[in-house]
Ligand binder design. Structure first.
Ligand code: 13P
Length: 254
């Protein structure tokens, strides 16, 4: 049975000290909470925070994700961070292809395919983000765009690699805007993504892959979204920085 996942994406927020405080608040809640066996909490934190947070929380309660990685193994790439480095710190996930990386750092599907390959080769689980812009949705191209992103990024990957992947559907027009996709808009796209996975692999793989919704998830809309058949949790930006809100979102995942 596929997992329900509540993942926070802190983006470039908090100092390491503040990040440890935030992680400890969530950890202290989870230490006394009976989280469903099938449910997982992941925090996507800045690289600078990974080591300190991992030292302070039990990985069976909170798993840690990096938010990006280099496409290269190692070498003269000043300022870059490899998957191996992230893995060595104890993180088990990396967010790949967030729309902010596509938009501000010109990451395209071809590059993301290489970053995915780096993740699989180093036994780290990618959280792969896809989603259309507002103009793409307004021109009714959202299905085509998401299909293209997935097909181009996931070429040459095996069934077992796909099973180690989480997909996050994040419509760009809903990110940080307070405008959320309606549960039916999100469900429609999640169902479509599952069909793409089925076509690329098979029904068993499609049924096992967790597909998260991201885009202005908050404590008020989370439970409606998470009730949808193909929505397996959320990738939460702004609300993941507010411990009470994030905790309420975790409580919505049943
Ligand atoms: P918001 O929840 O702030 O809209 O951000 C969503 C997101 O980008 C998660 O990766």
């Amino acid at each position: 049975m596929r997992k329900k996942i509540i993942a926070g994406n802190w983006k470039m927020n908090t100092t390491p000290d503040e990040g440890v405080d935030l992680a400890l608040k969530i950890y202290s809640f989870l230490s006394n909470y009976n989280l469903d066996q099938n449910c997982k909490v992941i925090l996507g934190v800045p690289f600078t925070h990974i080591d300190r947070i991992i030292q302070k929380v039990d990985s069976s309660k909170i798993a840690i994700a990096a938010q990006n990685c280099s496409q290269f193994d190692s070498g003269a790439y000043t300022g870059e961070i490899s998957v191996k480095m992230v893995k060595n710190l104890g993180a088990n996930y990396i967010i790949i292809g967030h729309s902010e990386r596509r938009q501000y750092f010109s990451e395209n599907n071809e590059l993301l395919a290489i970053k995915l390959r780096q993740c699989y080769n180093n036994n780290i689980n990618p959280i792969y983000c896809c989603g259309e812009t507002l103009s793409e949705r307004d021109s009714n191209r959202h299905f085509e765009i998401v299909k293209e992103q997935i097909i181009e990024s996931f070429k040459d990957i095996s069934e077992s690699e796909m099973l180690n992947t989480i997909i996050a559907y994040e419509p760009v027009w809903a990110i940080g805007t307070g405008r959320t996709a309606t549960p039916s808009q999100a469900q429609e796209m999640h169902n479509y993504i599952r069909l793409i996975i089925k076509d690329l692999f098979n029904q068993i793989v499609a049924d096992e892959v967790s597909i998260l919704y991201g885009g202005s998830v908050n404590s008020a809309n989370a439970s409606e979204l998470f009730k949808c058949a193909d929505i397996d949790g959320g990738l939460v930006g702004g609300a993941s920085l507010k411990p009470d809100d994030f905790i309420n979102i975790i409580k919505s995942a049943k």
